[in-house]
Design a protein around this ligand. Structure first.
Ligand code: GBH
Length: 490
């Protein structure tokens, strides 16, 4: 089994955080209630073929109305922390003035969490930009970075007395490259220069946000969450394959880590992207982006063997299954997508024998250990920044029995193997403080709609009933004991 690692019981540090994660658009529903306006994901879901099955976020898991029960469920599972995001379009519906009713929802949620003894970890931006701001150019417009600060401060003013852990952005790689270069995500654009402008303005929003929050609240723990991956060369003796690894690593990891921790974009990436790099970087921006952070959130799902050697072939990176490409609608005029890998569209993924999840992502737990150790050593530790795994988890084709119960052994094994990897990273000396399992609930999996289930709790989309899966009960005992048993057992 993937979880048998040395036949030992792994004990995590006593203060290690055990949590689960969600995001506003993926679970809340109540899309136009209490003053919430369209976000770019509401608009994108209306584009024919953009989302599998034409699914949208209007109801989602109805968490907006069921938050109290969901908090109770987390408490029953013994989870000590909860990572959620606030919806910009609920708090500042037109991108400007704050909406009291929107803030009140999060205030109720935070109170319920604290009452249940669960520590709130709040992310300000998990991809749901107010649609009015998209109409002003979205993240290609520098002004949006400043509007993000206004939104962050309005949210902090309402919740800062109770929320002590603040994350600016979730995975700006996805916002910039899937949103503006590949078109898989909202706003669905396919313009490489726009993607790089978005990337810079997202990082600027992060830096300005950290600076403003720090000024208001010197003791808060502040950070950002990035999605990282690891790449191996198909042939370690091939210069082309090694260069493919270098370019992929730059796009996925260093394009974010370098400006945040070192105040500069990686020189090799600037050379690779010279033809499409927009003129958006102003004096002082990189110093702003490099504002010190307390926590780096690491999201990790998969790793890949890559090649840029035409002979070896492989699958084009960023390709999505054909049922996503036309949204399963068979509509010829449907939304189309292309590889999000600007400057690396020639790079191909080579399949390995590794197991795969329902997303078709290969399972490589050791890459998480190596990434955590690398990021800790090269970036975070020298800056005095702690690491937290803010997302890790897997979609599988769950099969409920006649009572609606799901015995998701594969998901349990996936999480156990990755927790073992986190434990190994800690033993190697990496400063990893916690783990948030993605996700608490089955939810709206972006372009895949409700067709992919990441939850440790099953959601019946007809009744909206929640039923903990086997993985939830197992994770609960790991979280309560702080121990991972042999073979992932407890
Ligand atoms: C996260 O993104 C999100 O934060 C979360 O909202 C989401 O529900 C969850 O993960 C599950 O998807 O095929 O070459 O593009 C994950 C970001 C980007 C990770 C694409 C895997 C696959 C490599 N993902 N990546 S490629």
């Amino acid at each position: 089994s993937t979880t048998a690692r040395g036949g030992v019981v792994r004990r995590f540090p006593a203060d290690f955080l055990w949590g689960s994660a969600t995001a506003a658009f993926q679970i809340e529903g109540a899309a136009w209630e209490d003053g919430r306006a369209d976000s770019i994901w509401d608009a994108f879901a209306r584009v024919p073929g953009a989302v599998v099955g034409g699914d949208d976020g209007s109801v989602a898991t109805d968490h907006y109305h069921r938050y109290a029960a969901d908090v109770e469920l987390m408490a029953e599972l013994g989870l000590g922390a909860y990572r959620f995001s606030t919806s910009w379009a609920r708090i500042c519906p037109d991108g400007g003035a704050p909406n009291r009713a929107g803030l009140d929802f999060y205030s109720r949620l935070v109170d319920a969490l604290l009452e249940a003894g669960i520590t709130p970890w709040l992310t300000l931006y998990h991809w749901d930009l107010p649609q009015t701001l998209e109409e002003q150019g979205g993240w290609t417009n520098r002004d949006v970075a400043q509007l993000f600060v206004d939104y962050a401060l309005a949210t902090h003013e309402a919740l800062g007395d109770r929320v002590r852990h603040w994350t600016t952005l979730n995975e700006p790689w996805c916002s910039a490259f899937l949103g503006y270069a590949g078109g898989q995500h909202a706003p669905g654009r396919r313009d490489d220069s726009a993607a790089l402008a978005a990337l810079h303005h997202l990082l600027l929003a992060h830096g300005l946000g950290i600076t403003a929050l720090r000024e208001r609240d010197a003791d808060a723990s502040l950070g950002i969450t990035l999605n990282h991956s690891h790449f191996w060369p198909a042939d370690p003796d091939s210069a082309a394959d090694l260069d493919a690894v270098r370019r992929m690593d730059a796009l996925q990891n260093r394009l974010f880590l370098d400006p945040i921790f070192r105040g500069s974009y990686p020189a090799d990436a600037l050379v690779d992207l010279a033809d499409v790099w927009p003129d958006v970087v102003r004096d002082g921006d990189l110093a702003t982006i490099a504002a010190p952070i307390d926590v780096l959130g690491v999201n990790y799902y998969t790793a890949s063997v890559v090649t840029a050697d035409g002979v070896r072939g492989g699958v084009s990176l960023g390709d999505v299954p054909s049922d996503v490409e036309d949204g399963g609608s068979g509509d010829a005029a449907a939304h189309t997508v292309r590889s999000p890998w600007v400057g690396a569209r020639d790079v191909r993924v080579v399949d390995t024998a590794a197991a795969r999840t329902a997303m078709d992502w290969e399972v490589h737990p050791d890459a998480l250990r190596d990434l955590l150790v690398r990021i800790d050593t090269e970036y975070a530790r020298p800056a005095g920044t702690a690491l937290v795994v803010t997302e890790n988890g897997a979609a599988y084709d769950d099969e409920p029995d006649s009572d609606g119960l799901v015995d998701d052994v594969e998901r349990r094994d996936y999480v156990a193997a990755h927790l073992a990897a986190v434990h190994e990273a800690i033993q190697t000396g990496a400063d990893v403080r916690g783990y948030f399992l993605w996700s608490l609930l089955d939810n709206f999996e972006w372009a895949f709609g409700y067709s992919k289930r990441f939850g440790i709790v099953r959601v019946d989309y007809d009744t909206l009933r929640r039923t903990p899966k086997g993985s939830a009960l197992w994770y609960s005992s790991v979280a309560r004991s702080g121990e991972l048993g042999v073979d992932g057992a407890r």
